[in-house]
Design a protein around this ligand. Structure first.
Ligand SMILES: *[C@@H]1O[C@H](CO)[C@@H](O)[C@H](O)[C@H]1NC(C)=O
Ligand SMILES: *[C@@H]1O[C@H](CO)[C@@H](O)[C@H](O)[C@H]1NC(C)=O
Ligand SMILES: *[C@@H]1O[C@H](CO)[C@@H](O)[C@H](O)[C@H]1NC(C)=O
Ligand SMILES: *[C@@H]1O[C@H](CO)[C@@H](O)[C@H](O)[C@H]1NC(C)=O
Ligand SMILES: *[C@@H]1O[C@H](CO)[C@@H](O)[C@H](O)[C@H]1NC(C)=O
Ligand SMILES: *[C@@H]1O[C@H](CO)[C@@H](O)[C@H](O)[C@H]1NC(C)=O
Ligand SMILES: *[C@@H]1O[C@H](CO)[C@@H](O)[C@H](O)[C@H]1NC(C)=O
Ligand SMILES: *[C@@H]1O[C@H](CO)[C@@H](O)[C@H](O)[C@H]1NC(C)=O
Length: 673
């Protein structure tokens, strides 16, 4: 008996280790953030909700197709595609679907339990952990997040047959461990809360105190924005919200009364609540800090409307035990059914603690199926949320970036805040257990810069931050957003400054090459660099970016091969706003993104009135015509206890090409077809 038991144990270990030679590693996580503790093996009978992202076809043509409708010198400028045209062009081949389905069936997954999403981009099934482990030659463990206590299943690597690898983008749950929701990067930093009662409301029209409080009038004057006059219902301004950031009518009314009196009380956004999202609250104490985005946008776009996309149910928005990635994919599902992860899916009981999946049986869960393609995207969508490239697998980012490109091909402009921590992340939070170590940076020496995500995707527009220095007027040159933060509980010693740098996974896009060449030639940063992308190494394209491997022994702290960000900038400091019932000034690039995005919305308004198309993907025009922006050359964006980069003449990884000049932007875009 003893002998045979021993043999059994040996045999089962051998089985777990022996990966057939027909299989290859598809994704591997080399480094696990100290934030995540590996716990018990997932129990064999625990059902895992599996999703297989299938590789789409023709993606190699996506970039050129997008440039064809976005480059100012293209004959097809503005000739955006329809959703159906895009769907047909990129859906996975039936060969891919068949090959992967057959592999699953051979691996013991009942054919009737495999569901394909409507657009054919995903396969889903629920299966007990033991079956998944056998299929993928993987060991699933529970991982616990030190900051939130949340638990999720994940493996360190998994395998797929070599002959079908090309059909698979990635599998989830897999290697991914993401839980950035306690990181406020891109969030508006609330300041002056203690002095709310005594702080005097600034004059709504005076431009004399714009260095102390940047009112709607200051913003209009800074960028020479004229008053909106048209109201095309097809051009509502889109704003993404989540993380318990609803707007409140009384809050908005107070803002209108104080700073934008031509907007009547009661004016409010159109709410698109996605998968249980809650755009609006009637309880003013529950209004979220990011609802300030709406206050920044209204004075610019009014009398046009604003559409708020509030994403994910309150359970996901508030649940600390989640792997929440700010719902970007939930939004993409809702505005483009072709990205959807779920068709109407009979099975209930998704596991908590994984990506938002619906129906969600949790408390306050959205108990219906995931919303797919239920809302039309607005022409412009502004996002004041961001995470970190280093925390998300490369394949996940590439897939999401392609989706931004596909929607851009249909005419949507995506505008992202560049983050508030310069070249790094906020430094460590718990001693020894931060996201990215005690400096906020990466690599074994914790000195490699930490680029943000998803604005490193070359098909979105990143907005950095500027400020009006104390004592300056709006007519003085503006300075990089730099505010030494007060020591705070979570982010001691962190400075608030404009997020910027270079991607470790996306190469320099052609539209940006000249600007980066000029920057490196004329304003070469003194820091050492490396020049290798995580996507260069074809042997392991699916892992998290490995900064040790990228930097090698160069001693480099930033990537000279990567897309530079941000693309542009706008004011991010001393924003005059209402938070709940209270007046305050707020700072953060969260305030810059909606301002820039609203200006693009106004340009679309004028173009639509002339029978033209919306501007869609704007970066090729911006880099071809930097004269429509005001170059920022003062200041720098230190982070990770390092000096960061300087703002310089021309593009720089701090304020991009500069701040908007509305009349010049409008004139140029009206001259384009
Ligand atoms: C979060 O996870 C921890 C650890 O698993 C658990 O004790 C706690 O009950 C969870 N919280 C909620 C709200 O589910
Ligand atoms: C602002 O725009 C007006 C025309 O709309 C123009 O006369 C004026 O010179 C512009 N001012 C600046 C500072 O660009
Ligand atoms: C808005 O779009 C609809 C549908 O395409 C169209 O019929 C209508 O004329 C548009 N309205 C304006 C003001 O352009
Ligand atoms: C609009 O609402 C604000 C806030 O409730 C209030 O102070 C103000 O008097 C109202 N204005 C008008 C014209 O009703
Ligand atoms: C509003 O929210 C606050 C904070 O959660 C809560 O204390 C209060 O009871 C709520 N008021 C109402 C009327 O629900
Ligand atoms: C679904 O959600 C609604 C509204 O939140 C709730 O009233 C209902 O009880 C839920 N149904 C189930 C089956 O959980
Ligand atoms: C990352 O890259 C380095 C250098 O190539 C390599 O030694 C290491 O195994 C990789 N993974 C980890 C754990 O950092
Ligand atoms: C904050 O900025 C100061 C001044 O540039 C710098 O000395 C300090 O190291 C920075 N702190 C961090 C955490 O980067």
């Amino acid at each position: 008996m003893v002998t045979s038991a021993a043999i059994l144990v040996v045999a089962s270990i051998t089985l777990a280790l022996a990966v057939p030679h027909t299989h290859v590693i598809h994704e591997q996580r080399d480094v696990t953030s100290p934030r995540w503790a590996k716990r018990d093996r997932v129990v064999p009978e625990k059902k895992l909700p599996m999703r297989i992202a299938l590789a789409q076809s023709n993606l190699d043509t996506l970039h050129d197709l997008l440039m064809d409708v976005s480059h100012p010198s293209s004959l097809n400028y503005g000739k955006h595609w329809t959703a159906d045209e895009v769907g047909d062009r990129f859906q996975p081949s039936s060969e891919a679907v068949d090959a992967v389905t057959n592999w699953l069936i051979d691996g013991g997954i009942p054919a009737q339990s495999i569901v394909q999403s409507e657009n054919k981009a995903w396969l889903h099934f629920h299966a007990p952990s033991r079956k998944v482990e056998a299929l993928l030659h993987a060991d699933y463990h529970e991982y616990q997040d030190a900051l939130t206590g949340g638990v999720l299943p994940a493996c360190e690597r998994y395998h797929v047959p070599a002959d079908i690898q090309k059909h698979i983008d990635y599998i989830h749950p897999g290697i991914r461990l993401v839980s950035p929701r306690t990181n406020p990067s891109g969030g508006i930093e609330k300041r002056a809360i203690g002095s709310i009662v005594t702080e005097k409301l600034p004059s709504p029209t005076s431009l004399k105190t714009c260095d102390k409080a940047v009112t709607a009038a200051c913003i209009a004057a800074l960028y020479n924005i004229t008053e909106g006059r048209l109201a095309n219902p097809n051009n509502s301004m889109g704003i993404f919200e989540s993380e318990l950031d609803p707007w409140n009518q009384v809050e908005l009314n107070r803002f209108f009364t104080a700073f934008a009196s031509r907007i009547p009380n009661g004016t409010h956004p159109i709410d698109h609540n996605i998968d249980g999202g809650m755009a609006r609250t009637n309880n003013i104490s529950l209004a979220g800090p990011e609802s300030t985005d709406i206050q920044l946008s209204y004075p610019i776009v009014y009398p046009q409307s604003i559409t708020v996309f509030n994403v994910d149910d309150l359970h996901y928005q508030s649940e600390a035990n989640d792997t929440y990635t700010w719902g970007f994919n939930t939004l993409l599902d809702a505005i483009d059914g072709s990205y959807c992860t779920y068709k109407a899916y009979g099975e209930k009981g998704d596991l908590l603690g994984i990506d938002p999946t619906y129906p969600d049986p949790g408390p306050e869960g959205y108990n219906s199926t995931l919303q797919c393609g239920v809302f039309k995207p607005t022409n412009v969508i502004s996002f004041s949320y961001a995470g970190w490239e280093a925390d998300v697998p490369i394949s996940y980012q590439l897939r999401q970036c392609n989706e931004f490109a596909k929607l851009a091909l249909q005419g949507t402009t995506f505008v992202f805040a560049s983050g508030d921590s310069g070249v790094g992340d906020y430094p460590d939070t718990l001693p020894g257990q931060g996201f990215n170590g005690p400096t906020g940076c990466l690599g074994p020496d914790r000195n490699i810069y930490n680029p943000a995500w998803p604005l490193t995707c070359p098909y979105v527009t990143g907005v950095g931050g500027t400020q009006i220095n104390n004592g300056d007027t709006i007519y003085d040159p503006q300075h990089v957003f730099f505010q030494p933060f007060e020591p705070r509980k979570m982010y001691k010693n962190a400075n608030g400054t404009s997020g910027g740098g270079f991607s470790n996974i996306h190469p320099i896009p052609d539209y940006q090459k000249k600007a980066l060449d000029t920057y490196f030639t004329q304003h070469n940063p003194p820091q050492k660099s490396y020049c290798k992308l995580a996507t260069d190494d074809p042997s392991n394209p699916y892992a998290l970016p490995n900064l040790t491997a990228l930097a090698g022994n160069t001693g480099g702290v930033y990537n000279r091969a990567g897309r530079g960000f941000p693309d542009v900038a706008a004011n991010a400091v001393n924003i005059a706003a209402f938070f709940g019932p209270d007046y305050l000034t707020a700072s953060g690039t969260s305030g810059a993104a909606p301002v820039f995005a609203s200006i693009i919305n106004r340009i679309n308004e004028e173009r639509l009135a002339m029978g033209k198309k919306p501007v869609g993907f704007i970066n090729p025009v911006l880099y071809q015509h930097p004269e429509i922006l005001t170059d920022i050359t003062l200041g720098s964006n230190p982070g990770c206890y390092q000096p960061g980069f300087n703002a310089t003449p021309g593009w720089d990884p701090v304020t991009g090409l500069g701040t908007p000049n509305f009349p010049k932007m409008l004139e140029l875009w009206m001259s384009l077809p």
